[in-house]
Write a protein that binds this ligand. Sequence first.
Ligand code: BV8
Length: 228
Amino acid sequence: MGESPRPHLVVLTGAGISAESGIQTFRASDGLWADHSVEEVATLEAWHRDPERVLRFYDARREQVRRARPNAAHRALAALEAQGFRVSIITQNIDDLHERAGSRDVLHLHGEILQARSSVDPRLRYPLRRGGIRLGDVCDKGSQLRPDVVWFGESVPRFGEACEIAAEADLLLVVGTSLAVMPAASLLDQVGMDVPCVLVDPEAHALAPPGVTRFDQPAGKGVPALTR
Ligand code: BV8
């Protein structure tokens, strides 16, 4: 009798899972967008209009990420994987806290702030081990480097891959996302009809689809409780 296949836990995470690590979320009152409008810093137009301002915004966020440490939620997900569970993380976050907690199966839907890429050829990527990106920093082919993140109005190259992962889920865990951003939020529609979905978030928000089981708790409490 072959071993029964291990259940596949797919986890969709957003800024809320990193909030207790000291990284600002986007839509909280003290959130990132509170003093920066998206149009000013996270769009291609902003990059063409004022690249230095965009580079400063991401340098500041990169320092916040470097100062941050994974919290109990990141660690609980990594522990599940270490115990042999099949855990696929699809994160909207551009920080590396899942990886630093020990998770190995992480898909960054919106890119990674600790990487730079050519502003012309997205395949030319460079890890940013320290420091930031300045005007004049160029890729091997001489084009200006930019943060390796997906800006608003840019297509999400790994969305198709994320849909395939979601379609294989036996359980979907959604942690710390307002589900305000598309197409990321539509991943909830990619899971099978009968796949249970659990949402961990201290604030009830309007976008949670019907049939979702809600844990109105911060990730640092809710995720370890769920995965113990
Ligand atoms: C696309 C990388 C098309 C950069 C990000 C009008 C104009 C222009 C575009 C649009 C428009 N209307 C719709 C769109 C599409 C747009 C969009 O969805 N806009 C929204 C705002 C309406 N989407 C796009 O532009 C996408 N691309 O559509 O391309 C296209 C197609 C083909 C060809 C060309 C183009 C690209 C979207 C990706 C944008 N980049 N990030 C960066 O990070 O700087 S999105 C960014 O915002 C994050 O990655 C994340 O996805 C999103 C923030 O959302 P959350 O993670 O959910 O964070 P938020 O603060 O919202 O919520 C936090 C939650 O945590 C809350 O619920 C809170 O209660 C909870 N929480 C708080 N504390 C805790 C907690 N939970 C647990 N524990 C706690 N302790």
